[in-house]
Write a protein that binds this ligand. Structure first.
Ligand code: GLY
Length: 493
């Protein structure tokens, strides 16, 4: 029997829990959660484990729970406990952890650390950037230099606060400088105000465009094993409009690639992640052990390019790949702990997958409105249609009612021979989720559709043509910009 403590309460953790419980090693699942995720709670119960409701981000709570149940190892789902050193604290007690140490998780927590690392080790897929410790310097820089930019909180702030501004029309430069200044101040005052664990406050990066995708990997510090590529869809509404969310749904093709990412781009992406894992060890003296995911974009500057790193699986991206993982996840975890991941073959069902999130109205901007609604999910009807439900921000109360927590409610997973086939299956399940008090829910009907897929393929083909042309001209790793009053300049990236 193997006792595992799972940390976290979202749909990603429900998918991790389910994959752990499929193990042939007779798992007993324990969980530390802030909200009582009904899916995880049920898996704890059927395996003879228990749920601890408490602060899953707090290392002390996690260590005490792990010691109480004498678990064999801990699996940390989200990033915040890693940023707070949960893996380091567990190690002091001799408890293995699937989750990066504090110093390795810096790769996700500090975007400036990540960019500096990529430049120092000259890793392909890096972008030009400037990090600022105060808002005045950032604003001065914007007025002096910045053209087309991505403005970001310098810390991982739950995916919030990123604004991309394409300053291509010289006659609007003044107006756009004003927008950039306002957003830079908002990053400082709104998105970074709760974080005291990092010196850099604002990151200004060169703007790039292209199709985005997530490369999730397991690593024991020596070997990096990729999972199938997934594309998340961040905007709240159809055809990529509306505010950015944590992700409204995701797609994965058959095999390891997406239909708009080539084998060569996939291999280059894996190599970038491998080089970053080695660079983290050189920088910190610690092996990167656990999960590392590249949130990537295929750009004209580099081809595969890092937008950010995750020290965890993505959510919803994990829900595409874990249900089709054929390899025993507990055996994978043991191989990570013992540093013999090279001996493990990761195998997946050969299917395309689609995940759609159902969210309460109010999400993502007015979460208080989205909170506290009783939810109904007809799990059996969804399963009859060949799909699966993963509970997200939901709280199972002692009276058996499930109440919304303010973020995405559930993620519905479907598989098929093609992405559109899987997408249609999931779409047919959406009516089985509703809020009993009549409060509205929404989802994106376009995720997994033929139309959105064709849009992604077209975008990738255009970018790839430019990227290949630039490669022929020796321009990879260089950006050409035209800056008013300075003219055309070629910048190294
Ligand atoms: N899907 C985005 C994230 O996991 O942060």
């Amino acid at each position: 029997m193997v006792k595992v403590l799972l940390v976290g309460e979202a749909a990603r953790e429900h998918a991790i829990a389910e994959a752990l419980c499929r193990s042939r090693l007779d798992p007993k699942l324990y969980a530390v959660m802030r909200l009582n995720n009904p899916g995880i709670a049920s898996l704890c119960k059927v395996t003879g484990g228990e749920v601890t409701l408490g602060n899953s981000q707090d290392p002390k709570t996690v260590v005490e729970t792990a010691k109480k149940y004498r678990v064999d190892f801990v699996f940390v789902g989200p990033e915040e406990p890693l940023f707070r050193g949960v893996s380091d604290e567990l190690e002091k007690e001799g408890i293995p952890c699937i989750g990066a140490k504090r110093s390795s998780a810096e790769l996700e927590m500090s975007k400036a650390f990540m960019r500096r690392l990529m430049w120092k080790y000259r890793i392909p897929g890096r972008l030009r950037f400037k990090a600022f410790k105060n808002v005045e310097d950032a604003v001065a820089y914007i007025h002096e230099y910045a053209e087309s930019v991505a403005l970001k909180p310098a810390r991982q702030a739950g995916g919030k606060g990123v604004k991309v501004i394409a300053d291509l029309q010289a006659y609007l430069s003044q107006e756009k400088a004003h927008v950039k200044e306002e957003h830079t101040k908002a990053i400082h005052e709104k998105y970074m105000k709760d974080y005291t664990d990092i010196e850099d406050r604002i990151l200004i990066e060169e703007r790039v465009e292209g199709p985005e995708y997530t490369l999730q990997t397991f690593t024991d510090g020596r070997t990096v094993k990729p999972l199938p590529l997934v594309q998340d869809n961040k905007n709240a509404f159809e055809m990529d409009i509306g505010p950015e969310t944590g992700g409204m749904g995701s797609i994965a093709g058959k095999g390891m690639f997406l239909p708009f990412i080539t084998r060569d781009e996939f291999e280059k992406s894996v190599e970038i992640v491998r080089r970053c894992v080695r660079a983290v060890e050189k920088e910190t003296g610690e092996k990167y052990k656990g999960i590392v995911s590249g949130q990537m974009m295929c750009t004209a500057a580099w081809g595969p390019t890092i937008i950010e790193f995750y020290s965890r699986l993505g959510d919803p991206e994990a829900v595409n790949v874990l249900p089709i993982l054929k390899t025993d996840l507990i055996e994978v975890c043991e191989a990570i702990i013992d540093e013999r991941l090279n001996k493990v073959k990761l195998e997946f069902e050969d299917v395309a997958t689609v995940v759609k999130c159902v969210a309460p109205k109010g999400y993502p901007e007015e979460r208080n409105l989205a909170k506290g609604h009783p939810i109904h999910v007809d799990v059996k009807a969804i399963e009859r249609r060949g799909c699966k439900v993963y509970f997200a921000s939901t709280d199972l109360k002692p009276d058996g009612k499930i109440v919304s927590g303010g973020s995405r409610l559930v993620e519905i997973f479907g598989k098929g021979k093609t992405i559109p086939e899987a997408g249609e299956k999931v779409e047919a399940c959406i009516p089985y989720v509703w809020l009993e008090d009549g409060w509205g829910v929404f989802h994106r009907s376009d995720i997994g559709s033929k139309q959105l897929l064709e849009k992604r393929i077209e975008q990738a083909n255009l970018i790839r043509a430019v990227y290949r042309y630039r490669a022929k001209k020796g321009l990879i790793g260089k950006t050409i910009e035209w800056i008013p009053k300075r003219g055309k300049i070629v910048l190294e990236t």
